[in-house]
Each structure stands twice: as structure tokens, then as C-alpha cells.
Design a binder for this molecule. Sequence first.
Ligand code: TXA
Ligand code: MG
Length: 357
Amino acid sequence: MSFSESLQLHQKDAGPPLFDAKVVMPSAANIARAAECLLAGQLIGLPTETVYGLAARGDDGAAVDRIFVAKKRPRNNPLILHVADFTDAFALFDSDSSAELRRRAERLGVFWPGPLTLVGSRHPSILDEVTAGNDTVAVRVPNHPVALALLRRLAEIAGRVIPLAAPSANVSNYVSPTTAAHVIEGLGDEVALILDGGPCNVGVESTIVWLPDDSSPVRVLRAGVISPEQISIALGEEVELVISTAKPNDTVTAPGQFAKHYSPRTTLYLLENSNDQSPLTANSRVLRIVFGPVGPESNADVWSFNLDGRLETAATELYATLRRADQAGYDAIEIVGCANTGIGVAIMDRLRRAAIT
Ligand code: TXA
Ligand code: MG
């Protein structure tokens, strides 16, 4: 056997490569390269503080369309536009939008850059491909140095603001990505490159808040680390929590979230109490994942999202743990839920959707 044949054999045995040439360090040169790819209409993997995004320039219908094709995303599910600051964000709303919308957006602007998405009446220049034909647009300023540097570089090269359309960088309905390797796993063939910004520190997607055009109540459409209470305090008024549960084939009158989402391929059971068990036969291999420390009686088939007991840690580790669990070859995964308070609300929302079959 020649040396190169034996090397090939060795590489086959070694499983997937640890390094992928598409994953690049976020140097100034690579950020400029990512900007050029985006301007040419290509997709890139973008680190944010919540999850990695699959980004395309948001002002080019053909580029935005590639996101839907790559993710196999239903075209009735609109995208979030990402920009570098409040001024750029507000410019994406209808310039005739009410003083009420502006007043509320300014108050909530204290959370930017950060894990908050605001939905409001769209500026006429926003593409239908982005909003799925709705008359509102979703906007966010991500709190990640690499995302912000890229947005600024793009504007410098183009001589104007280029918002980035970016859903989570996973194939539709699968678990969201919190590392560059997760993006490679699902969408490696679809991206020109991935800027490696390290693991995301928040770990669950942004809180989505809808600002109406009039004085009717503000609505929280998706739970995230920024809680409805924090939104309510910043606004100085009550807010409504309206978490939608549309099914993929439903006619969606108002955009929002589909019920099944964030799902590993392995069947997942969400249990109410630690004494509960999933409805499985005795000889199936079941992985149990809990919150907080694992008891002394437990074995290798019991994992924890957060040995330190902090729900912030559980949020950061949530998707990576689900992905690892999915690859471990169990017949089923059972998860004992966490407290439905604070960031636990967002965690339980994701787990409930992951558990829908
Ligand atoms: O943290 C995040 O928000 C991440 C990072 C990459 O920024 N992005 C993200 O995007 O989670 P995606 O596409 O996976 O989820 C966006 C959600 C979808 O449920 C979509 O229906 C909703 O935002 N959405 C987008 N535009 C909307 C609109 N105009 N009205 C209501 N919901 C909207
Ligand atoms: Mg998503």
C-alpha cells in the first residue's frame, strides 16, 4: 500500500475532519472576505450572542431566497434583519409609523445591542422575501463583536447600510447552532464561509416583541433571555405574552413561530417531574437529561444541562447538549423540565417545541 493510500485509509477511520477550511478566524481580513461574499449574494455563517445565523444581504431578493432553499424553510416564515445600531434599525420601520411606535422602540433600544428583536410596520423598501409578504419587519442589533464588525465593514465597502437577513443556521426544525461546527454539520455545503466567533454565550434565540402602530398593548411573540417583565419595566406599561403555536401547514395570518421546532431526530419526551418516566419498553436505551447536579445513583445515561444549577448555563448549553444527545445513538431522550421562571420560560418553550412529534 502506498503512503497516500494508507493516509486516505487512516483519514477514513478518523471520522469527520476536526477542521473545516470554511471555518475561519474573525481577523480583519476574513471579515472583509465575508463582506465580499455577502455583497456577491452568497450565504455565510454569522456568530451572534444568541445562536449562529445563516446570513445573506437583506436588500437582494435572490440572496435572501438562497436562505430559504438552504434551510428548507417554509416561505411563509419571515426573517429577522440585523443592523449595527438603533438608527439603522429604526430606518427599517415605516417612516410614517406612529409616534407611539418610535417612543416604545426608543425605550426598548436600551437592550441593544442585545438579544431583542423588534417587529414594527415595514419601510416600503423592505423586500417581500424578507417579510414573507407581511406588512411588518423584524429587526435586531446583535451583541457580538464579530457580527457588529462585519455589519460596519459591509457598510464601508458598499457606501450605505446593508442589513443582514439571518435566521438560525440550522436546517429548518432541527436544533439551532451555537458553534461554528454546528453550522458545518447542517449547512456546510451551503455557506461560502463561517466566521468563528466561539460558542454563543446566550444560547437561545432573541426575545421577539411586536410594537403596534397605535397605543394597543405591546406583545411578546417569542420568549428569550430578556423577560416580559424586563420589557414591561423598560416600557412602563403592561405587555401581552402571545406565544404562537402554528403548525407547518397552517395558513399563517400573523407570522410567528411554528409549534414543532428545535427538534433532535431522536424522540424526545418532556417530563413534568423527576419521578415520571417516558412511555417506553424496558429494553430501549433511554438518555435522561436533567437540570442541576446529577444524583449519586445516576449512571452514564443521565446527563445534566448545568451541573452548576444556573439556568443561564443551561440556556448556553441547551442546543449543544441536545445535538450531542442526538448523536449518542439512544432510542429516546427524556428531559425533566426546569422552573418556568426567568430564562426558564425560554428554555421550556424550546423544549416543548422540541418534544412535539
Ligand atoms: O436570536 C435570534 O433571533 C437569531 C439570531 C441569528 O439573530 N435569529 C433567529 O431567526 O432566531 P429565526 O429565523 O430562526 O427566527 C425568527 C423568528 C421566526 O419565528 C419568525 O417567524 C419571526 O422571527 N419573525 C420574523 N419576522 C417577523 C415578523 N415580521 N412578525 C412576526 N414574527 C416574525
Ligand atoms: Mg430558528
